[in-house]
Design a binder for this molecule. Sequence first.
Ligand SMILES: [Zn+2]
Length: 415
Amino acid sequence: MGEVLLVLGAEQLATPQGTGAQGGAQLGRLQVIERGGLAVRGERIVAVAEGGELERRFPSAKTLRLDGGTLVPGFVDAHTHPVFAGTREEEFELRTRGASYVDIAKAGGGILSSVRGVRAAGKEELLALLLRRLERFLELGTTTIEAKTGYGLTFEDELKCLEVIDQANRSQPVECVPTFLGAHDYPPEFRERPEAYVDLLVEDMLPRIAETGLARYCDIFTESHVFGLDDSRRILERARELGFGLRLHVDQLSQLGGAQLAADLGAASADHLEYCSAEGIEALAEARVVPVLCPLVPLYLRIDQEAPARRMIDAGLAPALATDFNPGSCMAQSLAEVMSFGALRYSMSAEECLNAVTLNAAASLSLADERGSLEVGKRADFVHLDQPNYRHLCYELTRNPVRTVAIAGKVAFER
Ligand SMILES: [Zn+2]
């Protein structure tokens, strides 16, 4: 049905392959086609081959003619906090002068300063801010993001954020996969009685959020200064019962055993993992949880500890790499940049990094059957880079190489 569009003229096409997360040695495999192109019909890819071959197979097709460069799948960011009002440059500067993340949080800064911003902001304002950020994601080649709430921390304010995400999905092409993060921190009014907030989440907020159908995942910040292991388990078991998929912020600032909890609960992802133990890695591998690693965050927090990415890959795990875009611990939206840091900090190869920001990220969001790679039958989400090959994504720092982005077969951005 419908006309075929050929995407021709690139020097190279590079893509992971498959409909699930790629771990271990598989993580380093890509299909690379010199002078490769795509045939797209409607939203879908109908052929992936060398350009000349596509022209012979589809002689009367329309053509999107590219001027060299490289074609890769649209990037998928599996961990972002994009709904916020106000920025936190003061904290950034406090950290550059030696304050720690937990010091700042305990002094009422950190997440709580963003909670004040979101509570004070109206829906229109939050939506305008989110739309501007989504434009930036698109320019940087990101075609799908996971989008967390977590700066409202009352039912009404969390709902406001989920409605803003829903509205954004209706008004522009970058899809936001919504995650409820009511257990991001204790709201200021519950500081003296944290257990009451856990009760409220379990008995009231989670069931009411589930009823709205506006969140696909439930996430939590499991750490000793926020939600401990027992409370985390209680909240997440309730969420699972209500039909949410699970994602967890774990083992980011200390070795609490959050990875084992994520494995035990059958979570879709376990995120951060800087302090993940050998037992944690083993548990994640056994339960096939996708580790979502955010290499820019320790840099932002000025923490030396790095996630044991190489050991995870050796254990067969299938990591995704994400920005963790948020106003406190990562004011950055570029997955190309994240790939460079994946290479420089985690010793991941260019092939592994590309897999981690496309197919594995999509798999952590249960979207790998139709996104994350350039293959027949998948949605035509692709990025054209002005770089001679995919290895430049890791190799080049600070310059945006994205020239064209298409989502579902339609050009959504061009430069
Ligand atoms: Zn986060």
